[in-house]
Design a protein around this ligand. Structure first.
Ligand SMILES: [Zn+2]
Length: 162
């Protein structure tokens, strides 16, 4: 997926698209909570938001779209980085989604491995585990923010379904 293309989000031109984006986001009750993307999630655990621009279908990561919405534009190569370590978070804030380079991302990941993260990080995290957590979070907010279910999803100890 080409997730780092230049993306413009214009509050006048893209009214319907922005409304559709926002309809997929469930905001946490407190200002420190994440805002969770509650729609399509890819195999990598990141959300997927589908747009049509100039007659062309385009798939973007929702947290990067959120940055473009907040800033008006996000340049090619600029990534959305999760300070909160939740791939499905789309809250643009210093403790959540910030813009950065690939170098910033590597530095952030090294910091997380040293125990700087907010949530428990599995040493040998795999895409499967990350996607599982993203899907669990989506389910936890499907009918509005369920604090207990969100907590369980974050800790990865939701009951096994037989
Ligand atoms: Zn967050």
């Amino acid at each position: 997926m080409r997730s780092a293309v230049r993306l413009i989000v214009d509050v006048r031109q893209h009214v319907d698209e922005i409304a559709r984006f926002q309809s997929h986001v469930v905001c946490g009750p407190s200002s420190s909570d994440c805002d969770i993307w509650a729609a399509a999630i890819g195999a990598d655990g990141y959300g997927r938001f589908y747009l049509t621009r100039e007659g062309m279908g385009l798939c973007v990561r929702p947290h990067r779209y959120a940055l473009a919405l907040a800033r008006g534009v996000i340049e090619a190569g600029v990534l959305g980085l999760h300070q909160c370590d939740l791939p499905v978070c789309v809250k643009v804030a210093a403790e959540h989604v910030v813009a950065g380079s690939q170098g910033d991302n590597m530095e952030r990941m090294a910091r997380m491995r040293r125990g700087g993260g907010r949530y428990p990080v599995r040493r040998f995290d795999s895409r499967g585990v990350r996607r599982e957590r993203s899907v669990a979070l989506r389910e936890a907010v499907r009918n509005g923010w369920d604090a207990a279910a969100v907590e369980a999803a974050l800790l990865g100890n939701q009951p096994t379904l037989w």
